[in-house]
Design a protein around this ligand. Structure first.
Ligand SMILES: Cc1ncc(COP(=O)(O)O)c(C=O)c1O
Length: 361
């Protein structure tokens, strides 16, 4: 990790319009680093209740458990794929949340403005897992910029790819500094000289020799390599146009979905730019889904479940968490949804093949 990574971090901050970007070796690492850093600076502690979107990825939820906090799932609105403010209000009637680690699902989001307001009033730390929604703009604001910090993934097939890679973005000085400590072993080598001076003074570290192997707080080795930085910089130049292409692909297919009442038309009227890297498809029943799944497979299109479905049904979750909440919206997404890829290189012929699978049964 050297100058290319630093350059990529700076360029990414300009794109995302955030003060700090901290590059990690994956989106999952970014999530774990973020929660660890928040614990290290005392904003979170063991036993805190952390809300999360019931429809998300495993390594959004796992760090909550790994770091000794209590995961509290929030239901998602099937037509918007996401937690909406009323889902949050409902859950807050049952349990106080210290933080909400929201996922912006497959390029879509909930009503983030409202959610942000509720979090501010209730003193809940809002964090966004934006690994699936880089480039989406809601109410004039980039998704990922509504809360204290947000995370991104650059795994292959996401909006931009460094093969493996992830980022944490924040405007918060203290959190950014701690994230640089957490990312690399708990040491101070990636801090600026003023920050190093302060840490060394606080812990009586008087020589550079000693400072080399002084570890100030809990961390990991989540460092990317220069290859990650190089690829990220290279990919950034295509990001804006790729987002537009993906949005235009999505809107073409949406026109067909509109004509087929076997499928539920997803709502995104609150979203200014819809940055999807997938075509999420939602059938009215699970029986209908079976039909569309075999159509897609038959046409040679790779398909996936609606991410991890209702996370509470995952084996790891049942092993570690006893309290299970009712999750009708997310269960419906789990049973009736699936997705296939949406990427800029899809040709008209490819889109035709996908369209051919979307006509009414
Ligand atoms: C919502 C969400 N969070 C986190 C991750 C993890 O990212 P990575 O695969 O880069 O570890 C993903 C991966 O797809 C994701 O979809």
């Amino acid at each position: 990790m050297d100058t290319k990574c630093a350059e990529f971090e700076n360029e990414f901050s300009s794109f995302q319009e955030r003060k700090y970007s901290i590059l990690c070796n994956s989106g999952g690492s970014a999530n774990l680093a973020l929660l660890q850093a928040l614990k290290n600076i005392g904003k979170l502690k063991e036993g805190d209740h952390i809300g999360f979107s019931a429809l998300t990825w495993s390594t959004n939820t796992m760090p909550i458990i790994q770091l000794g906090m209590i995961p509290v799932p929030l239901d998602c609105d099937p037509e918007r794929l996401n937690v909406m403010s009323d889902n949050l209000i409902e859950r807050l009637k049952q349990v106080e949340l210290k933080a909400l680690f929201l996922t912006n699902v497959l390029g879509f989001t909930g009503d983030l403005e409202e959610i942000k307001k509720i979090c501010e009033i209730r003193n809940i730390i809002l964090l966004e897992d934006n690994c699936e929604s880089l480039g989406t703009i809601v109410s004039g604001t980039r998704s990922g910029n509504f809360g204290l910090a947000s995370t991104f993934s650059f795994f292959v097939a996401h909006h931009m790819s460094t093969i493996e890679g992830g980022m944490v973005c924040t405007d918060d000085d203290e959190l950014a500094e701690m994230l640089r400590i957490v990312r690399a072993n708990g040491w101070d080598r990636n801090l600026n000289s003023e920050q190093q001076f302060n840490w060394r003074k606080k812990f009586n570290i008087h020589s550079e020799f000693q400072a080399k192997y002084t570890f100030y707080d809990l961390g990991f080795n989540f460092r990317p390599t220069e290859i990650t930085g190089f690829l990220g910089l290279y990919q950034l130049q295509f990001l804006a146009s790729n987002i537009l292409q993906r949005e235009s692909n999505y809107k073409k297919l949406e026109e067909i979905i509109r004509t087929n009442d076997n499928l539920i038309l997803l709502k995104h009227d609150h979203i200014d730019v819809l940055s999807t890297f997938a075509f999420p498809l939602l059938c009215r029943t699970s029986k209908l889904r079976d039909i569309y799944l075999s159509r897609f497979s038959g046409a040679g299109i790779e398909i996936r479940p609606m991410i991890a479905g209702n996370m509470q049904n995952q084996p790891f979750y049942r092993k570690y968490v006893k309290k299970i909440y009712d999750m009708p919206g997310t269960d419906f997404l789990h049973q009736c949804g699936f997705y296939c890829g949406n990427y800029p290189e899809l040709s008209n012929a490819d889109l035709e093949i996908i369209s051919g699978c979307l006509y009414k049964y």
